[in-house]
Design a binder for this molecule. Structure first.
Ligand SMILES: NC(=O)C1=CN([C@@H]2O[C@H](COP(=O)(O)OP(=O)(O)OC[C@H]3O[C@@H](n4cnc5c(N)ncnc54)[C@H](O)[C@@H]3O)[C@@H](O)[C@H]2O)C=CC1
Ligand SMILES: O=P(O)(O)OC[C@H]1O[C@](O)(CO)[C@@H](O)[C@@H]1O
Length: 380
């Protein structure tokens, strides 16, 4: 079995590539990082180390890589022969890979009639559907029927904390032991090959919202409050009593939305939150607040981890999400100079004021109780 995976980064190598290897796949990574591409082709294997007391490790083999800008024709050839395509490049990169993916799928349709699943493993709702939309924008007259028949883009939720790596061995990835990869089977259920650890579900929505509005909401709030307090890592941030209390209370708020919306068992959800807090406190992981807080404009988006649960809290529970609002206010203060989105956010705030920047980036109505609440905490 052959897999093509776009993005040989932390999640690509440390999570998806590892499970693909365990499931018997040979994987071709597609990336634009020359050093990683060269190393993968030279070594044809890499180590994945678990961040825990025993630092258990395993070697991922049967891997190679292609630089997509230098050798697009090789990527197309790999797509023609693939049994599965996956991505972990970041939501903002999906439009950039869509043209090459389109070229590969178009070429594949000429000689290979085997249906194929393309699964985006990004932190976003509807990642594969978004990639499909970008690929479909390239379709020429008469191609859609064939693409609809042959290619499926099932949405997925992926959960594993893989921090930035600074290992002497540049291919090695240190990952937390926990992982979860959930894919919406739908019409693609028979097209998705067996992958160890990949869980198929009928409806992904509760799973992706549970993950995004718990792991990612809590993580982002810890990152922004930590950054504001001059703290460098998530682990240290979570040891700060005030930050821990806000993260826990914010997750109780987002949890109440999820329990109300999906009828989750309250005790089970509390246990899920507790497990996540424990993961944030993993002493064997040093995860920088600037990684977890990266791209604040994306994270302040209407459907993302901060605004969406806060909005739903107001709509569904008719109450004020006091602690989610504190997290959002901290995000508005995020001014890390090496993050282009943080620079843009601060520029907008300085130029037009936070009162206009907040509705602009979040889509929240300017005259709303939620905006007022966030601004109250912003100005504290
Ligand atoms: N790191 C983590 O703990 C988790 C990350 N994710 C998601 O996984 C995705 C990737 O995140 P990371 O692995 O952390 O980032 P990363 O930066 O380590 O990896 C991204 C990779 O994509 C490559 N890339 C960039 N442009 C490309 C292009 N045009 N074509 C092919 N490859 C390209 C980069 O060179 C890099 O190797 C993101 O959507 C993130 O939200 C999801 C769950 C956990
Ligand atoms: O990858 P993003 O969406 O920028 O956000 C970082 C988040 O993703 C993760 O890497 C994994 O879910 C978390 O560590 C963190 O909440």
């Amino acid at each position: 079995m052959k897999a093509v995976h776009f993005g040989a980064g932390n999640i690509g190598r440390g999570f998806i590539g590892s499970l693909l290897y365990k499931s018997g796949f040979s994987t071709t990574f597609v990336d634009v990082n020359q050093e990683i591409v060269d190393l993968l082709n030279e070594k044809q294997e890499y180590r994945v180390v678990l961040a825990e007391l025993t630092t258990d490790e395993h070697v991922v083999q049967k891997v190679k890589a292609v630089h997509s800008q230098l050798h697009p024709e090789q990527v197309i050839e790999e797509i023609v022969q693939a049994d599965l395509i996956t991505t972990a490049v970041g939501p903002q990169i999906l439009p950039l890979i869509s043209d090459l993916l389109y070229q590969g799928l178009k070429q594949r349709a000429v000689s290979n009639s085997k249906p194929l699943a393309i699964i985006s493993c990004e932190n976003m709702i509807g990642g594969s559907a978004f990639l499909q939309e970008k690929v479909y924008e390239k379709l020429q007259v008469g191609e859609q029927e064939q693409f609809d028949r042959l290619f499926h883009f099932p949405n997925a939720a992926v959960d594993r904390i893989v921090p930035l790596q600074s290992n002497a061995d540049k291919l090695m990835v240190m990952v937390e032991p926990f992982f979860e990869w959930i894919v919406e089977g739908g019409q693609a259920v028979d097209v998705i090959p067996h992958v160890e650890g990949l869980q198929l579900v009928h409806d992904l929505t509760p799973y992706i919202e549970r993950k995004l509005f718990t792991v990612n909401t809590g993580h982002a709030i810890a990152a922004y409050l930590g950054y504001k307090a001059g703290i460098e890592t998530i682990n240290e941030a979570m040891q700060n009593e005030e930050i821990l209390a806000i993260v826990e209370a914010a997750l109780k708020e987002s949890g109440n939305v999820l329990i109300e919306k999906y009828n989750f068992d309250e005790n089970e959800h509390r246990a899920y939150i507790a497990k996540i807090i424990e993961r944030f406190l993993n002493p064997y992981i040093s995860d920088e607040v600037t990684r977890v807080g990266r791209s604040p404009l994306r994270k302040l988006g209407a459907n993302d981890r901060l605004i969406s649960p806060a909005k739903q809290y107001v709509e569904l529970l008719q109450k004020e999400p006091e602690h989610l609002a504190k997290g959002i206010a901290a995000a508005l203060h995020y001014n890390y100079a090496e993050d282009p989105e943080a620079v843009e956010l601060q520029k907008e705030i300085q130029t037009n004021g936070v009162e206009l920047a907040l509705p602009k980036f979040t889509g929240l109505p300017k005259e709303s109780a939620l905006v007022e609440l966030i601004l109250k905490h912003y100005h504290v």
